[in-house]
Design a protein around this ligand. Structure first.
Ligand SMILES: [Zn+2]
Length: 160
């Protein structure tokens, strides 16, 4: 398999510290840097973000997107500009936030165009594709894991 390479220049690894529980669902979130959060907040919310890092609530039913346990600042799903792919009502559900490729589009590329390589799919929809996961992906990480899962899922469907 060719590159998955520098898609995001090394922010793929988990840099998280201790996580705090989400104030709403009480589940532990994922550490996300302030830069990422700021890029994804609605304009009018930016000021509220301060300089602190946040946690991303990964619970699919919870309405909280980001929270900071120390400042008590929370942002709801409606406060950010993209749907979170893992929330139950995400629409559209992106596989790649950098190129804004939805999971549906990935599935279509696999089934109809027979393209099963992540980078080829990215190029198919977005020839100019540039990876900016750090500021485009809500987790501040590479889109590849979700993208890969979607391809796998699409291949599975083909059997029917
Ligand atoms: Zn939550």
């Amino acid at each position: 398999m060719p590159l998955t390479p520098d898609c995001c220049g090394g922010v793929g690894q988990d840099t998280s510290r201790e996580s705090a529980p989400c104030p709403l669902c009480r589940k532990k979130g994922r550490h996300v840097e302030n830069t990422t959060v700021r890029h994804l907040l609605r304009k009018e919310m930016e000021e509220k973000a301060g300089q602190e890092d946040y946690y991303l609530c990964m619970d699919e039913k919870c309405d909280i997107a980001y929270y900071n346990d120390r400042t008590g600042t929370t942002f709801r799903k409606k406060d950010i500009i993209v749907p979170l792919w893992f929330k139950e009502d995400a629409d559209p559900r992106y596989a790649c936030y950098c190129s804004r490729i939805t999971q549906e589009e990935v599935i279509r590329a696999v089934r109809e165009q027979k393209i099963t390589d992540m980078n080829a799919i990215r190029k198919y929809y977005d020839p100019e594709a540039a990876s900016q996961c750090k500021i485009k992906n809500p987790a501040g990480r590479c889109c590849s894991p979700v993208f890969g899962e979607t391809i796998k899922k699409a291949k599975g469907f083909k059997e029917h």
